[in-house]
Every structure is written in C-alpha cells, then in structure tokens.
Design a protein around this ligand. Structure first.
Ligand SMILES: Nc1ncnc2c1ncn2[C@@H]1O[C@H](COP(=O)(O)OP(=O)(O)OP(=O)(O)O)[C@@H](O)[C@H]1O
Ligand SMILES: [Mg+2]
Length: 259
C-alpha cells in the first residue's frame, strides 16, 4: 500500500531523516515512536509530500509520489492526516468540518456530502454533536471529528501524528477507542504515538526512530520483552513501559467514556 524507500530529509545543515525505508501493507497498522526531535512529524510530512524528501522515494499503491507527472492534490486526498492539535476550522460546525473535504476534494454535492459526513461522524460516535462548533467540544471530541474528517475521504492510508498527546488524560481513552475501532475495520494506518496499549493491541510492527534513523523495528511483543538497542531500552524505561506502569499502560481503553 505504502512504501518508503531510502528517504532523506534535511533542514539547512540539520539532517533530520537518514536512509528511512519501510513498507506498510494494506490493512496494516504501523506505530512510529521515538524521542522529541527524532523526525517523526517530518517523516509523516515526507509521506504526504507536505515537505517532500530531499532524496528517496515514496510509493502509494505502486505510484511514485515524487514523479513529476503525479497529481499531488489527487494523491493527498488518498492520504488522510490526523494532527496533534486537531486543526479543525473553528468557524465551521463539526459536520461541515467533515463535509468540506468531501465537497472540495471529492466534488460531492452538498446533500450527499452532508449525509456521508454524518455517517462518518457516527463511526466516531459524534453524530449527536454534528451541529456544534469546535469551541463547544472537548479536546477528545474535537479529535474524533478530526479522525472523521480523515476517514470520510476513504483514503488509502491515514497518518496520525501524536493524536492523543495534546489531550487531558481522561480524554485519551475515547480517542484511542475510536482508533482501535477503525484499525479493526481494516484501515491502513501509520501512527506516531507513545500509547503502548494501543500499539500492543493493533500494531503489526513498531518502528523506533532516533535522530532521524530507524534504530530498531519489531512487533510490540519484541519491544516490550526483548528490545535490543540500549537507546530503545532507555527510551521505553523513560516512558514507563518496560518497568513501573507497564501493566497499567498495556490495558486497553474500554467502551466507557467513548462518548
Ligand atoms: N520546517 C522546519 N524547519 C527547520 N527545522 C525543522 C523544521 N521542521 C522540523 N525541524 C527540525 O527537525 C527535527 C525533527 O523535527 P520533528 O518535528 O520531525 O520531530 P518529532 O520527532 O516529530 O518531535 P516531537 O516528538 O517533538 O513532535 C527537529 O530538530 C526540528 O527542530
Ligand atoms: Mg512531532
């Protein structure tokens, strides 16, 4: 579905990504994690060409997104993005935040776009909030609208950039639950997150990024039981996974509080 091949990216003298390669199969959930500044957001922006790589290739369904003949707007509509800070239009109601992409990006007529937006809001349990503005919604609700916006376009893959890290702890569960639900319906996802319970539940592979390099990759089981690199061990210890709150963090969010 998605193939990243030898991607390099720098900002001025700062080499942010080095030799990044991995593949994401259809219906796969890939989790990317690593320290602040390691290049996680940059990698997502290279995938959707918001900041194209300096070197290397990104293929979506076999098509090279760097090829000069590619229609980038069309391609971007096939790559959903969910942001840390939601990035909703503040002057638009929840339903319009979702339907605007369907009208502008997919050219759906108004009523059809509204109907589809409402259906997608129902998938994230937000249909009762369709006529609310972002300011009238909690952070968790806003993020669920952000997820509905991405989902509504039927993208080939959805990229999530730390979707729960700006949320108060009590709101994280409802967003993770929605993400688990859509993962289980077979959505292809690349998720930057440090939510190890989520990773453990649905990631087929996790990638540890540090200083722009893929230091280690493997299954959640691998990382939680026998990580190899000292850097990974240190990092996991820092985020309390390997020791301390391990059990607690691996608990899945439950259905409660998902609305
Ligand atoms: N537009 C830019 N111009 C210059 N430097 C940038 C730009 N975007 C990112 N950087 C730098 O690239 C490095 C990687 O940044 P990036 O945002 O990808 O890290 P990150 O892993 O997402 O970090 P965080 O966990 O804090 O979100 C950082 O040193 C950052 O300062
Ligand atoms: Mg980031």
């Amino acid at each position: 579905m998605l193939r990243i091949a030898d991607v390099w990216k720098s900002y001025g003298n700062l080499q942010v990504l080095k030799k990044i390669s991995f593949e994401v199969a259809e219906r796969e959930v890939k989790v990317i994690f690593g320290p602040s500044g390691s290049g996680k957001s940059t990698l997502l922006r290279c995938i959707n060409m918001l900041s194209p790589p300096d070197k290397g290739k990104v293929y979506l369904c076999g098509q090279n997104l760097m090829a000069p003949e590619i229609n980038l707007n069309e391609m971007r509509a096939r790559i959903g993005m969910v942001f840390q800070h939601f990035n909703l239009f503040v002057h638009l109601k929840a339903i319009d935040n979702v339907s605007i992409g369907l009208r502008r990006g997919k050219g759906l007529p108004k009523e059809e776009a509204r109907a589809k937006a409402l259906k997608t809001l129902a998938r994230v349990k937000m249909e009762d909030w369709a006529d609310h503005y972002p300011a009238q919604l909690s952070g968790g609700q806003q993020q669920r609208v952000g997820i509905a916006r991405a989902l509504s376009m039927d993208p080939d893959v959805i990229l999530f950039d730390e979707p729960t890290s700006a949320l108060d702890p009590e709101l994280i569960g409802e967003v993770l639950q929605v993400m688990l639900d859509i993962a289980k319906t077979g959505t292809t996802m690349v998720v930057v997150t440090h939510e190890m319970g989520f990773a453990n539940a649905v990631a087929s592979e996790m990638i540890f990024l540090d200083r722009g390099i893929i230091v280690e990759c493997g299954t959640p089981q691998h990382f939680f039981t026998s990580p190899k690199s000292e850097r990974v061990k240190r990092f996991l210890k820092q985020i309390d996974i390997l020791y301390g709150r391990h059990e607690e963090l691996l608990k899945l969010p439950n259905e409660e509080g998902s609305k």
